[in-house]
Design a protein around this ligand. Sequence first.
Ligand SMILES: O=C(O)C1=C[C@@H](OP(=O)(O)O)[C@@H](O)[C@H](O)C1
Ligand SMILES: C=C(OP(=O)(O)O)C(=O)O
Length: 445
Amino acid sequence: MHDHEPRPMSASQSDALSGRARVPGDKSISHRALMFGGLAAGETRITGLLEGEDVLRTGEAMKAMGAKIEKRGDEWIAIGTGNGALLEPKEPLDFGNAGTGVRLTMGLVGSYDMTTRFIGDASLSKRPMGRVLDPLKEMGLQVVSAEPGDRLPITLRGPKHAAPISYRVPMPSAQVKSAVLLAALNTPGVTTVIEPVATRDHTEKMLAGFGASLEVETDADGVRHIRIEGQPTLTGQTIAVPGDPSSAAFPLVAALIVPGSDVVIENMLMNPTRTGLVTTLIEMGANIEILDRRNEGGEDVADLRVRGSELKGVTVPEDRAPSMIDEYPVLAVAACFAEGDTLMQGLEELRVKESDRLSAVADGLKANGVDCEEGEATLRVTGRPGGKGLGGGMVKTHLDHRIAMSFLVMGLASEKPVTIDDQAMIATSFPDFTALMTRLGAKLD
Ligand SMILES: O=C(O)C1=C[C@@H](OP(=O)(O)O)[C@@H](O)[C@H](O)C1
Ligand SMILES: C=C(OP(=O)(O)O)C(=O)O
């Protein structure tokens, strides 16, 4: 969605929300399912895939490099090229709004002796790519061209023979970790990624499932050492994608802040690298019951029964950030309705997401009457239980889906409506958001 007419949307104070909601498939797992399925020999069958724009772009990129990917009934089928056998794409790969898509694919092709050009929308073109290019350059990658600050459009040329490296990831980033692990798939020898702060582990778990030989060791300081053997044979798998906790966060917080609500969110991924928001909300006094915890396809999932709750402010420690990194905007909204102050720490990575989320959130809160304070890497929000006096503002979304959805949730419990300047980006991660929220009783128009 490169150029479009902005489509504003408003959310108004709603009566108690109720019903059951099945949120879409996890975005991180969906990207990886299409990538690894498009790479592995034979057939990969995927159910529950997120059909958001970000993920569909990854599918198109894999097709441009030789994979066959199509939807048959409820299933997505990928026939991979075989590991090491991707083809040079004829056209630039357009990743739209998707950081995960572009950064993981740079890793995937970074060890191939071919030229690949990457482009994206205005938001993606502002995001730093140096964090993945740095380790890939150590493996032999050449950056043929890039915009200043290692920004898109970028053209890459892989080496004739990539070299394995040992790389310590300098910031908590699953995308950087994953880019190096994916480059290792076409590199002889053992590549090691050292991860001082644990981030989502989908790449490790899923690659092992496709047949890669991968060892993870956590040392006495909690530092993870991930060793992967190069050039494995990868074979097609059957994957059931669980519900995305980052999408579930919206109906979840909505049910907590709209008084009297009672909502069940079905089939949510409970991988501990992803559940920091639930931990935080429970500390704030949220009434969340975790029902029918079960294992499906190697991941824990559960249903969550969520009821309207009286929340209180808390301090969210820095070390929890990786497990809830995309959920801070909607946590800030929950904090608006809590008694007292909520202080969020360790937020520097929020500045390099689809927007500078720290300032986008602070600006949106202020426009809607919330007392808050933005620090370099912190946000303090003073709550107003009942939402009296809140709302009435227009929020700039800066091409950021999470800012859009978070502020629509805010409007459901504020005295006056909250309006966002553009709803278009919601389709990148949660195409069914408006319909699902409306079914629960949310007033959106
Ligand atoms: O690996 C992934 O699937 C993701 C990693 C995170 O990004 P960073 O690695 O940049 O923190 C997260 O914000 C993004 O939505 C998805
Ligand atoms: C940061 C996000 O995604 P990405 O980095 O893939 O654009 C997100 O979905 O909140």
